[in-house]
Write a protein that binds this ligand. Structure first.
Ligand code: PLP
Length: 404
């Protein structure tokens, strides 16, 4: 077993070493196209095949080509994990069957009695996993406004083992200074994991800012076409990678090869899609800001957004996620708008090429108790947009007719 694992690591590391020599000369767009892709050794196929298999024939007991059973390793997944590591500027990638499965794997590094400091404006599914699943196993979660670094510092105890950050947050677009948090955590030996789903690796690379682990809901921008559920972790530290790989293999939340293939394909256009998401996002944020019926727009690209300076420092651009509130702040009015758009489809999720509109209070964030939501500034009338890459004029016209 040990021998097989080492063998597999050896193959992947040799390839990784080879790619790194090439990758460092590549400019970003080239890297997105070539990350993790290499002609299939058996046929020369330029695209990594979908290795739809559960097991691999061995030459003799424990003599194999580095692949023994597909929960442990699959070549389509290996190619994707290499690509994920490269585009997130990390050494190791691990793919999971969903974003929450990736989050779950990080939490399984912890022991009862350990403490986690995290944000008070979190993805609803992360909040649910923390409070409804892990709290009962004796892990303590401290929810605080992580945009204020002293809130984190004052909550650190000898038991703090993990800081879980989301930036920009979902759905209020709050920005936390990743470098400031990792500097604080380093001195206390605390792991920092950043949920980088909203930014995508194109806009923000937390490992370069000192984070230990980056988590992605691959379902969103990385997949990019609303056709896959998948998650990922990327890290530099090899011992940490081995621990997380052990959890991935032992707990089994692995993605299938077809999904890995779709994400490999998605990554090749991530930079092109993200540029358009950002451009459309900027136009729509400005349109909403100038609309007489709109009270407040949450988008870090505005100079008066409290996190603007930090977003500018740690992100390449401001993305295509925007939330807003209408002036009369009435749920019925928000619901009317939510039901009147044509190009913006009323749906959960985000990051696909098509635009989506969502009502966090009753949809994505319904798992957070209402009083918690209100306390943290998420009103019942908040509307969240995932701006797609359709023609921006069409999108603006759609919102114009819906808001009225
Ligand atoms: C969607 C999402 C997740 C969860 O990912 P799944 O792929 O749905 O399991 C986690 N964090 C953020 C910010 C998300 O948007």
């Amino acid at each position: 077993m040990r021998h097989i694992h080492d063998n597999r690591l050896c193959i992947s590391q040799l390839f990784y070493a080879y790619l790194q020599t090439e990758i460092k000369y590549m400019k970003e767009a080239t890297r997105y196209i070539h990350a993790g892709s290499h002609p299939d050794p058996s046929t020369g196929a330029i695209m990594t095949p979908i290795y739809q298999t559960s097991t691999y024939v061995q030459e003799a007991p424990a003599v194999n080509k580095g692949y023994e059973y597909a929960r442990s390793q699959n070549p389509t997944r290996t190619a994707l994990e290499e690509a994920l590591a490269i585009i997130e500027h990390g050494k190791h990638g691990l793919a999971f069957s969903s974003g929450v499965a990736a989050t779950d794997a990080v939490l399984k590094l912890l022991q009862p009695g350990d403490e986690v400091i995290t944000g008070n404006d979190l993805y609803g599914g992360s909040y649910r996993l923390f409070t409804k699943i892990y709290q009962k196993f004796g892990i303590k979660f401290i929810f605080t406004d992580t945009t204020v670094i002293s809130n984190i510092a004052s909550n650190i105890t000898a038991n703090t083992k993990l800081i879980w950050l989301e930036t920009p947050t979902n759905p209020l677009m709050n920005i936390t200074d990743i470098a400031a948090v990792t500097a604080l955590a380093k001195s206390s030996n605390i792991l920092v994991c950043v949920d980088n789903t909203f930014a995508s690796p194109y806009l923000q690379n937390p490992l370069l800012l000192g984070a230990d682990i980056v988590m992605h809901s691959v379902t969103k921008y990385l997949g990019g076409h609303s056709d896959v559920i998948q998650g990922a972790l990327v890290m530099n530290d090899t011992a940490l990678r081995d621990q997380l790989y052990f959890i991935q293999k032992s707990c089994g939340a692995v993605p299938g090869p077809m999904d890995c293939f779709l994400v490999l394909r998605g990554i090749k256009t991530l930079h092109v899609r993200m540029r358009q998401h950002c451009e459309n996002g900027r136009l729509i944020a400005q349109f909403l800001q100038n609309h007489p019926k709109v009270a407040k727009v949450y988008w870090p690209g505005f100079e008066n957004h409290p996190g603007h300076a930090i977003a500018k420092k740690q992100m390449k651009d401001f993305g295509g996620m925007i939330s807003f509130e209408l002036k009369n702040d009435r749920v019925e009015e928000a619901k009317r708008v939510l039901s009147s758009t044509h190009y913006f489809s009323l749906a959960e999720s985000l990051g696909g090429v098509e635009s989506l509109i969502n009502h966090p209070a009753s949809m994505t964030h319904a798992s957070i108790p209402r009083e918690e939501r209100i306390k943290n500034g998420l009103s019942d009338a908040l509307i969240r947009l995932s701006v797609g890459i359709e023609d921006a004029e069409d999108l603006v016209a759609d919102l114009q007719q819906a808001i009225g």
